[in-house]
Design a protein around this ligand. Structure first.
Ligand code: HSE
Length: 438
């Protein structure tokens, strides 16, 4: 059988890895796909020929990405340019020309996926995006296919390697935030704009996709609550550990009777949980299904070869399904498009979770009682409490508390009232706690 002709957009880190994997493992990939897969036409403004093996096997290289999507010989377009524009225009044009699309672009899918999938359905083509979430971990395949029998209850994931590296270094080596970030950037994992990593935007893109796949709702990036890690202080890492927790930057999506939670924020997780021990740049996604129970997926969330592994797996999947009836393919968002649900995404005020609080308060009689009184009057129950001795010459001490579950709206009220106390200095530090019990 003739090989499938692939058009490649972008030969940066992931594009270069994709060339290397497709050419290096060509024989094995053909045995799996049922036919050869050939990069017939690639577009790149600049690339490093020294770091990409197999360049000589590419049919043609141009700097005009639109020439690739318009090339009638191309069956599948792989979009690895990233960002919103011109990636969106290129993907829509490729679909318009009847080509299937494989992309690693999480921002594109999270923000424009509904429109892109609708266009693909209309044209009867596939859009595959395994590499968009957690790099080399086949979590999209797991959710769409392997767990298709389950009512998914919740997902919690460490889905940004840069952030996880920073938090791990702060905990293990006591390094400060900026120093750890600079090193993470040197690994080439960080987004072009590193605020996407530290502010949680990259993780929110990925969580938006996971939430839709888990619960069969349209992609709603604008409703995903996003909080970064830049306010985490070394002392919070130490206090958390003393209580038996590690701090991770977690994406959580959970279904409750009221709606769906979609939130990215620093989170205390019990140290005994496997996911709490996922360190450095590694990613992990914990999925709780009603039939299967908890399942954990672990691996490299970024990097040239791991991400290329996911891209090429999608190309193989698309190749195998080229001749299938479009109505019998795995739906883009796991559920049939006319079965997507309008169950609401909850605001953060409506979410129920537990909390770590650090209050800097005067070391005087009655102060703790006042704070506990405010928490009690908002219906917040304290699970554990610790007061540090004051530093030499300091009149204030940190009070650390862990609470039981409470709605965030009540916690916001309590925090405002505590911050208004004369005996309390500065802002109350609040970090959410998830026990992730199976
Ligand atoms: N900047 C991302 C990370 C790359 O650090 O995980 C993969 O999406």
């Amino acid at each position: 059988m003739q090989p499938v002709n692939v058009g490649l957009l972008g030969m940066g880190t992931v594009g270069g890895g994709t060339v290397s994997v497709l050419t290096g493992n060509a024989r094995e990939i053909a045995r799996r796909a049922g036919r050869g897969i050939r990069i017939a036409h690639a577009a790149a403004r600049a690339y490093d020929p020294q770091s990409i093996s197999g360049l000589d096997r590419i049919g043609r290289i141009t700097d005009d990405a639109f020439a690739v999507v318009e090339n009638p010989e191309i069956d599948i377009v792989i979009e690895l340019i990233g960002g919103y524009s011109p990636a969106k225009e290129l993907v829509l044009e490729a679909i318009g020309h009847g080509k299937h699309v494989v992309t690693a672009n999480k921002a594109l899918i999270a923000l424009h996926g509904n429109e892109i999938f609708a266009a693909a359905r209309e044209r009867g083509v596939m859009v595959a995006f395994e590499a968009a979430v957690a790099g080399g971990i086949p979590i999209i395949k797991a959710l769409r296919e392997g767990l298709a029998a389950n009512h998914i209850e919740w997902i919690a994931g460490i889905i940004n390697g840069t952030g996880n590296y920073i938090l791990t270094e702060m905990r293990d080596k006591g390094r400060d935030f900026a120093d750890a970030l600079a090193e993470a950037q040197s690994f080439g994992y960080a987004e072009a704009d590193p605020t996407f990593d530290v502010d949680g935007i990259d993780a929110a893109h990925k969580l938006t996709i996971l939430g839709s796949l888990a619960f069969g709702i349209p992609l709603q990036f604008d409703k995903t609550y996003t909080e970064g890690i830049s306010k985490i202080e070394a002392q919070d890492v130490v206090h958390a550990e003393k209580f038996g927790y590690y701090i991770k930057h977690l994406g959580v999506t959970r279904r409750s009777d009221a709606g769906i939670e979609m939130r990215v924020h620093p989170t205390l997780i019990p140290r005994r949980r496997l996911i709490a021990n996922v360190d450095g740049v590694m990613n992990a996604v914990l999925v709780k299904g009603d039939a299967v129970g908890p399942t954990l997926y672990y691996g490299a969330g970024a990097g040239a070869m791991p991400t290329a592994s996911a891209v090429v797996a999608d190309v193989v999947d698309v190749t195998r399904a080229l001749t299938t009836d479009p109505n019998n393919r795995v739906p883009h968002l796991a559920f049939q498009p006319d079965e997507l649900s309008d169950i609401p995404v909850l605001s953060m005020e409506e979410v129920e979770t537990a909390y770590y609080l650090r209050v800097t308060a005067l070391d005087q009689p009655g102060v703790m009682a006042n704070i506990a009184g405010i928490l009690g009057s908002e219906g917040i129950s304290i699970e554990a409490i610790q007061q540090k001795e004051p530093e030499e010459g300091d009149t204030h001490v940190p009070l650390i508390m862990l609470t039981h579950l409470v709605r965030e709206g009540h916690m916001n009220q309590a925090i405002s009232r505590i911050e208004a106390l004369e005996s309390v200095k500065g802002e109350v530090v609040r970090i959410r706690v998830e026990h992730l019990a199976g």
